[in-house]
Ligand binder design. Sequence first.
Ligand SMILES: Nc1ncnc2c1ncn2[C@@H]1O[C@H](COP(=O)(O)OP(=O)(O)OP(=O)(O)O)[C@@H](O)[C@H]1O
Length: 605
Amino acid sequence: MLKYLMPSRLQPLSPPEGKHHASTTSPYAAAIADACTGAWQHVRAAAWLSVPIGLLGLLPSIFVLQVYNRVIARGGNSTLIAMVAGVLCFLCIEWWLRRKRAKALREAGAEIDYRVSRALMASMLQRPLQDLEQRPTSQWLQLFRDVPAMRSSISGGLASALMDLPMVILALIVIGIVALPVLPVILVAMVILGVLAWWWADEVRSGRVEELAQARSLDRQTTEVCNARATLKLLGHDEAVRQTWQNDYDTWLSESFSKNGELENTREANTILLSFFTIAVITVGAVAINSQWMSIGSLMAVNLLASKALGPIAQLAGNWRSLARANEATQRLQAVLQEPVEPASQNLSLPRPKGHMQLKQASFQYANGHHTLDAVSLSMGPGGLHAIVGRNGAGKSTLGKLLAGLYAPTDGHVFIDEYDLAQFSRGDIGEWIGCLGQQIYWFSGPIIDSLRMVNGQASDAQVVAACQVAGAHQFISRLPQGYQTVLGEGGTGVSAGELRKLALAQLFLRNPTVLILDEPSSDLDFESETTLLHTLHKIAQKHTVIVITHSVRVASIAQRIYHVCGDGQIEQGTATELLPKLFGVAPATEHASAAGHGPAQQEAA
Ligand SMILES: Nc1ncnc2c1ncn2[C@@H]1O[C@H](COP(=O)(O)OP(=O)(O)OP(=O)(O)O)[C@@H](O)[C@H]1O
């Protein structure tokens, strides 16, 4: 039983298969054990408090015994008053001790909550990107909900019931002293309740596994529908999705309904059994009184003591459900916390690199076996504008993620100057290599707060300058609340193009040495694209700018083009060499293209 209360005793589980990124073992693997060690001192304090609580719990029955045997028999009212005063005094002490014990258990729970949830959040954010892409949001939400479930095994009713178990022994001793004839009845009742509790535990556990699997799958589906709510509206597809969700929900509900029914039956059966045993105790007691083996006072006292002896055992049976849930939650959390994370931060100030990016015999393969790059070597920068082009699905974004240190190559190396990226966490290189993804997520809240998230030290002038360079300042200034405008989840409140400009401003605000931009001009109007080309051209004089693009305008101003062929190879060349072949247009001069007189216009003509 203690095994469930102390999850630190769980055996380490083997890490999940299919990971092939260069990551270290998790520093959070021992988080649950540490949390339990931290909680253990509070649990121990609560256990010590249970001893006087158990002793004081005997007082009402001793009081009843004395009232029947001494006060009523001898009519001593002054004795009664003194006894009542004494019992009230002890009740106050018991109340104080119980409050202290409840607080100690609450603190134990808080310790678990605090340490495990922090470790879980840190472990999630320190995952390699590939891991994050593989596990859906709903699974993470489920894990965060598992933390309070795990805590409940230490701070819930179950823990109190376990703490009250010493009281059972004390109650049995007193029953043996004052009413020996009814002791066997109580012992039989304890055995029956204990066996039933154990049997129900297995029933509950086996049923819960299936019910929980269904609940998790439903959770995943609900999160997905919530995320896609606006898209479903656009597609006019909501009815079909609602129907599927409703069917799955109904299946889960009926399963959960029947499992809850079984549990309710267990609880009700417990209540009836307790009443039955009370009647059995009184019957045997009455026979014993008639045979003058014990007094009426002893029977009344035993009646109270029986509930103290049987109560915790009955309570244990009623709490198996939360115990089963806590046990599963702990195992799931333990498994996730010991999965590998990115290498820890170097905690070392290295000289800022110049931005010379190199791939040396780098290959990349997704977990499903899909090969995107095959022993590729290339060099970009330092400085200059470099375009990565290729058909859809060729592997451009994959190459961008490798260069950004977001994916680790399956073979070979990625370097920035002389540093192999494998040694750094993404947090370490975030200041050197900035990325703008294809899909942008914007945190809700005032625009200024989200901009400052990436660089808390930035002055107002720097924020405004970054927004001006990104072309965001004009539209922000036109908003009634300006930089204080509150945007919704994901950036609702501005257009897709405006959101891209905000994300660009965020990137410029970090001022990284290398900027990797995946489709930066998608969603931008012609004028904004022209401004962006001018900006990139200017930034590329001091930074290495790598742009993944389908735009011939962007590609034509690049100093070098990297064509991801889709067969694992990369073809390189200047715009003059590759543009005619790839886009069927002649290259233009950088400034003509940036000003809107490049190949795109020739194409249109
Ligand atoms: N997480 C993933 N797991 C498995 N395969 C993936 C994953 N992400 C991408 N792929 C596959 O890898 C290939 C390259 O994907 P990538 O996103 O790099 O293409 P891309 O050239 O950027 O395409 P696009 O121009 O459409 O953005 C594609 O065939 C894609 O299906």
